[in-house]
Design a protein around this ligand. Structure first.
Ligand code: PMP
Ligand code: GLN
Length: 402
């Protein structure tokens, strides 16, 4: 048989599916894949249910139903003051499709795309599918600061696209206005587009507000802002995403979208249009709820002996297992904890093309029920209290050294 396209044939299965399958196999509490427990707001599901009965059932307009395009534009005006209309909006089948459509529509062979590691796993394959190359900036914990020097090193006249993900998966970082200003400055100087993955826009914690790069001077014509109903309504399986961009860019990206999925289930689009108009208490409640889950998980992990990194948003908390004396690469440790401790996480090694050698970080998803988080805490506590002697010796040595 002839080989397939190496962009895809060289890939493994995504780490999220691998860890979820392992969790299932071993009955582990799944704090891996970023999928919240629960089914999202009742009223949004009710609208969807009614629409499944009443219709529509046939192909909706390929750019999205007018109600949802209007709702996304109204949402962007309401939360961010963006001067946009439904003509600035394209509905996609999840943010994953939005990203792929944007990369395919913008990048040509020979172009470069700048991404920031640790990065969400779909960026590299999507850029490769567009036959462009990746220039990666590597941020370092605990604050994952984006410096002028790092940007200056990665960006060149070949840069067509910069990708910025804020709040950022997997780090839980929210980029500061200073960092976003730098991105805006470099994008303008090098005439680059910025794909702004803002799927966690309503999961900014501690009373802070999300600020889209599109609100920065000159970015209205360069920024491609991507949102996801999956995150905003805790309905990740729905796969309803949306893009806000200039009319010209929306037209261009729509051309790729029409041959990727063409459209998205109309019933779900209606429910999301309804949901986006929910009053502020919904959005405030969502962030407050996630905040208490983050705090619960952070306290449990710290008590066990993990060093928990700061987390300003998303569903994710990063913790360092090295202080516990656990040895081994993060992918090995994550598998061991799933099988032996009964708690699944995502190894941070999955978010790099070539992970740093000494990366001892795991990503924990806290968008889970209080009971699930408590059970995960209990299991980890028990595991670390009963570890094999070799590991305890390593821990003792690490403790003695401090
Ligand atoms: N971008 C980031 C940073 C994500 O974490 C995810 C995963 N949910 C996506 C994009 C994809 O979102 P969707 O499920 O709407 O395709
Ligand atoms: N975005 C989710 C995460 O980071 C996973 C999405 C997926 O499984 N493809 O966990």
């Amino acid at each position: 048989m002839k080989p397939g396209n190496p962009v895809f044939s060289s890939l493994g299965t995504t780490i999220f599916s691998v860890m979820s399958a392992l969790a299932e196999e071993h009955g582990a509490v799944n704090l891996g894949q970023g999928a919240p427990d629960g089914g999202g707001p009742d009223d949004v599901r009710q609208v969807a249910a009614q629409r499944v009965i009443d219709g529509p059932h046939q192909y909706p307009p390929f750019r999205g139903i007018p109600e949802l395009r209007a709702a996304v534009a109204a949402h962007d005006r309401r939360f961010y003051g963006l001067p946009v209309t439904p003509d600035n909006v394209l509905v996609t089948s999840g943010a994953t499709e939005a990203l792929m459509a944007a990369f395919l529509a913008l990048l040509a062979p020979g172009d470069e795309a700048v991404i920031i590691d640790p990065s969400y796993d779909s960026y590299r394959p999507a850029i490769a599918a567009a036959r462009a190359s990746v220039r990666a900036i590597r941020l370092t914990p605990p604050d994952w600061w984006l410096s002028r020097e790092a940007l200056a090193t990665a960006i060149s006249p070949k840069t067509k696209v910069i990708v910025i993900n804020t709040p950022m998966n997997p780090t839980g970082k929210v980029f500061s206005d200073d960092e976003l200003s730098l991105v805006a400055e470099f994008a303008a100087r090098f005439d680059a587009y910025v794909i702004c993955d803002e799927v966690y826009e309503h999961l900014v914690l501690d009373g802070r507000r999300h600020r889209p790069l599109m609100t920065f001077d000159g970015m209205g014509s360069r920024a491609i802002r991507i949102g996801s109903a999956g995150k905003t309504f805790s309905l990740t399986g729905w796969k309803v995403g949306y893009i806000t961009a200039s009319v010209d860019l929306i037209g261009l990206i729509a051309k790729a979208h029409q041959f990727l999925t063409f459209t998205t289930p109309p019933n779900l689009q209606h429910a999301v249009a309804y949901g986006l108009a929910k009053d502020d208490s919904y959005y405030v409640g969502l962030a407050a709820d996630m905040e208490s889950r983050r705090d619960q998980l952070a306290a449990q992990l710290a008590e066990i002996g993990f060093v928990v990194l700061p987390c300003q948003g998303t569903y994710f908390l990063i913790a360092d297992y090295a202080p516990l004396g656990l040895q081994g690469a993060a992918d090995v440790v994550a598998k061991r904890l799933t099988i032996d401790a009964g708690v699944a996480t995502i190894p941070m090694t999955a978010f790099y093309a070539e992970p740093p050698a000494d990366l001892s970080l795991l990503r924990f998803c806290f968008a889970k029920s209080e009971a699930a988080l408590s059970e995960a805490g209990r299991r980890l506590r028990r595991y670390f209290a009963n570890r094999p002697a070799g590991e305890r010796a390593a821990l003792d040595a690490a403790e003695a050294a401090t």
